[in-house]
Design a protein around this ligand. Structure first.
Ligand code: PLP
Ligand code: LYS
Length: 429
């Protein structure tokens, strides 16, 4: 990467280069400043479907799923459904022979009605209500990941195959809100309680198939997963499966590196073989649960500029379609699409339409000085935890999700209408 690409191009003129590692591989620069993703021009998609609009490149999703399977052919790859709970996506990933994890009766309903076989579904969650567990048991999900002694009581006598979620006491050095492997947070069984938990699964008639941990999200260091292998296998329990969860980082901005998947595969394979030999236990099957690393960089959101003030470009979406900057201080880039300009570029803040000063979509983005109402902006890396976290704040309808592939665009999730927004508000007589 050149220095010019690393710097925020302040004061530069002309079209900025495309930060290729952030966008779907199908992204092309077109004449007149337009961009194409999945064979579709972004200006036409915005014209046809309206804005804000979430695009998803199907080929990119499938390609990333295959990359996980190729890096670890011996492992089971489970898509973390919470990152993009959309039935078409569940189907694409089932086609690619991934399993699926769900966290609620609602996510399970999406999986079930998409036709995902029960045997390939895992259910997670630190709280599983009776409704969640009844849905899981009646569909017959392959595995439930136990998170508490109370959950064993909820499941007692069902003979359900389970994994025990372990809190390994490992800091993955990511945002505190998504750091889930350390002691003193709500998920899992502390390491020293796992032998007792394993005994109680048997006493409750459950079938223990393995151990699970999930260290957090947007993790860049492979070493934390190696630590997890050491700690979980170090318990010395013979298990069929070792599930290391997800968390593999996606690049969001210029300078962010993609996760080292090959390094991960080689180092985890070696650590697992080494620890199993040391503990004299058979090698379990490795399970991993990527969410973000499969879908984040396959997504692009299109916004229409509505107003410009010094230092600020305000668009027709905001924290209702992307609360990640407000929740985690997440950083994004944005790009003017659909016209050429030679105006110098200066850093501005792209803000949303909601009634909060913290409603920011992208900070310090070098946009041309002549950006104006009616312009189209594209924000890449919006495939993970955008559709999933979207809300109706200020009673704004959530945007549609449109899949693109080989020049064809398909509505996967339709835009929310005023009728949708008012449906639950009953006004008693
Ligand atoms: C249990 C579990 N598995 C997998 C994931 C997927 O994480 P990511 O999308 O960061 O890969 C999550 C979310 O962090 C999770 O809680
Ligand atoms: N919602 C988080 C990720 C949570 C991971 C789920 N365990 C994000 O958008 O980054």
């Amino acid at each position: 990467m050149t220095l010019a690409e690393l710097l925020p191009s302040v004061g530069a003129c002309g079209e900025p280069p495309l930060e290729k590692h952030l966008w779907p591989a199908s992204t092309r620069l077109l004449p007149q400043g337009d961009l194409e993703v999945g064979g579709q021009a972004l200006t036409s998609l915005a014209g046809h479907f309206g804005t804000p609009l979430q695009l998803l490149d199907e080929t990119e999703v499938r390609h990333r799923a295959r990359a996980f399977r190729q890096a670890l052919p011996e492992a089971e790859v489970v898509f973390a459904g919470k990152s993009l709970p959309c039935r078409s996506v569940f189907r694409w990933l089932a086609d690619e022979e991934l399993s699926l994890d769900v966290c609620s009766a609602g996510e399970l309903a999406a999986a079930r009605t998409a036709g995902i076989p029960a045997a390939r579904i895992l259910m997670h969650g630190n709280v599983k209500t009776d409704e969640d567990l009844e849905a899981a048991l009646s569909y017959g999900v392959g595995r439930i990941v136990l998170d508490s002694f109370d959950e064993m009581d909820q499941l007692a006598g069902t003979a359900q195959p389970v994994l025990i979620r372990v809190t390994p006491g490992i800091d993955a050095h990511t945002h505190p809100a998504v750091t889930t492997g350390v002691d003193g947070q709500k998920f899992g069984f502390p390491l020293d309680t796992v032998p007792d938990a394993a005994r109680q699964t048997a006493a409750n008639g459950l079938r223990l198939v393995g151990l699970h941990c999930h260290l957090g999200s947007q993790i860049t260091r492979v070493s934390v997963y190696e630590d997890a292998v050491r700690r979980l296998i170090g318990l010395g329990l013979p298990i069929e499966q070792l599930d290391l969860g997800g968390g593999f980082a996606a690049p969001y901005c210029v300078g962010d590196q993609p996760f080292d998947l090959t390094g991960f595969a080689n180092r985890i394979r070696a650590a697992l073989a080494h620890e199993c030999t040391r503990q004299r236990i058979p090698l379990p099957r490795l399970v991993i649960e990527p969410g973000r690393a499969i879908v984040a960089n396959a997504g692009v959101t299109l916004y229409r500029v509505i107003a410009v003030k010094p230092g600020f470009v305000a668009v027709d979406g905001g924290m209702s379609d992307n609360p990640r900057p407000a929740l985690y201080g997440a950083r994004y880039t944005a790009r003017l699409v659909g016209r050429h300009t030679r105006a110098p570029r200066h850093a501005v803040t792209v803000v949303g339409r909601h009634c909060e000063a913290g409603d920011i979509l992208a900070q310090d983005v070098p946009l041309p000085d002549d950006v104006h109402a009616g312009d189209l902006l594209a924000v890449p890396v919006t495939g993970a935890y955008h559709h999933a976290l979207a809300s109706n704040y200020n009673l704004v309808g959530r945007p549609p999700v449109v899949g693109v592939r080989d020049g064809v665009a398909q509505l996967l999730v339709r835009r929310e209408t005023e009728e949708d927004l008012l449906r639950r508000d009953l006004i008693p007589a």
